[in-house]
Ligand binder design. Structure first.
Ligand code: NAI
Ligand code: MG
Length: 352
């Protein structure tokens, strides 16, 4: 039989992305050797440095160059001397949209050796399913009378029946597989057009799934409940903006944003999916070798799972958990290990 092999585009990007992405490729290569598959990495030197040289975050045909790959593994983009909307809309958002990665999947668990900033929290195992290509993140609108007293801004949100239904379906199937309930984040009391529409479409799709109980909760109350009773939640489906905010909140409950992964998924698999930690380029610690690589490792594990390499995906997280259980932790978690020391510990766990 032919050896399984995958082509993965690597966009390390900026700041600590340049430190945690190479760590992740070493770990994936070690797993590939163990589990009998191969990965050919295509390194893409895109991001802010590329912008300073070429005036754009990636080449004009960047999307096309990625399109025949099996997946994209991304670090982070963001530079203190560039506006954040430039970096985001110049690379991340075009990839998510052109490849119709309409699900942004963000699991959160408390890993061994991590103490939640919340008192008494030990049970926390939540997956946020964030709508990833429409909603509040829209380029429709504009600004007028710049700098004047009459200046104004208009920002439109776009919600479509098809867009809401497909993310609700993904969330319902995940809730069914996990055997838990499904919570939908809403704000239909204040946002009177799009959010009642969201509620209706979510309820009708989830209604087709017998085993899934649906709770619709207002986003403000949901934020409070997640802090007070995080153990009550399992799968949460949310619009682009609400999902973005909730997943950072929940990731913080699990100890550090350096841990949390995300997967931008094109469920029909017509295009590559993209895997990235939720943290940014962390310019405050970049270049010092202290970044926590766990968010990048967990993202790589989700990528392996998506590629069908289940054993390697589980092996990666088992190794990370073993290392953390044994007390090796980076500084954001109160430890003293640097990126290299943590990565070496994971590699030797995989290789024994
Ligand atoms: P950030 O996530 O880069 O950093 C927030 C704080 O968490 C910092 O104190 C940082 O040192 C710490 N931190 C983050 N990841 C860590 C890790 N792996 N290990 C240890 N500590 C870690 O968010 P911030 O500071 O708001 O944004 C910095 C830049 O990153 C901005 O330009 C922003 O636009 C960009 N950004 C990019 C994202 C992406 O590429 N998906 C996501 C979020 C922000
Ligand atoms: Mg975010």
């Amino acid at each position: 039989t032919e050896r399984r092999s995958y082509t993965v585009d690597l966009i390390a990007g900026d700041g600590i992305g340049l430190e945690v992405v190479p760590a992740a490729t070493r770990v994936v290569d070690a797993l590939a050797a163990r589990h009998g598959f191969g990965v050919s990495w295509r390194e893409r030197e895109w991001g802010s440095e590329y912008f300073f040289a070429h005036g754009r975050m990636m080449p004009v045909d960047g999307i096309e160059r990625l399109s025949d790959g099996d997946a994209v593994l991304l670090g982070a983009v963001g530079h203190p001397e560039l506006p954040d909307h430039e970096t985001l809309w110049g690379l991340l958002i075009p990839i998510r949209r052109e490849f119709v990665q309409y699900v942004n999947l963000r699991p959160v668990r408390i890993l061994p050796g991590v103490v939640s900033p919340l008192r008494d929290v030990s049970q926390l195992d939540i997956v946020v399913v964030r709508e990833n290509v429409e909603g509040e993140y829209s380029a429709i609108g504009g600004r007028a009378y710049r700098g004047g007293a009459e200046e104004f801004a208009v920002q439109e949100a776009v919600f479509t029946r098809g867009g809401i239904a497909r993310v609700a379906r993904f969330a319902a199937e995940l809730a069914l597989a996990r055997g838990g309930g499904l919570t939908s984040a809403t704000k239909s009391n204040g946002i009177i057009h799009s959010m009642p529409f969201w509620d209706e479409v979510v309820a009708s799709v989830v209604g087709e799934y017998d085993g899934v109980g649906l709770r619709s909760v207002l986003i403000d109350a949901l934020a409070a409940a997640l802090v007070l009773r995080p153990g009550d939640f399992d799968v949460i489906v949310a619009s682009n903006l609400f999902g973005d905010i909730l997943s950072d909140l929940i990731a913080a409950l699990a100890g550090s944003i350096g841990i949390a992964p995300s997967a931008n998924i094109n469920p029909p698999r017509e295009h590559p999916s993209m895997f990235e930690p939720i943290h940014g380029s962390a310019p405050d610690i970049a270049g010092r070798g202290v970044a926590n690589p766990v968010g990048q490792f967990w993202s790589a594990s989700m990528m392996l799972e998506h590629l069908g390499e289940r054993a390697a995906a589980a092996g990666l997280m088992d190794a990370v958990e073993d290392v953390m259980r044994a007390g090796t932790r980076t500084r954001d978690l109160g430890g003293s290990a640097g990126t290299e020391e943590f990565t070496s510990a994971v590699l030797s766990t995989i290789n024994t």
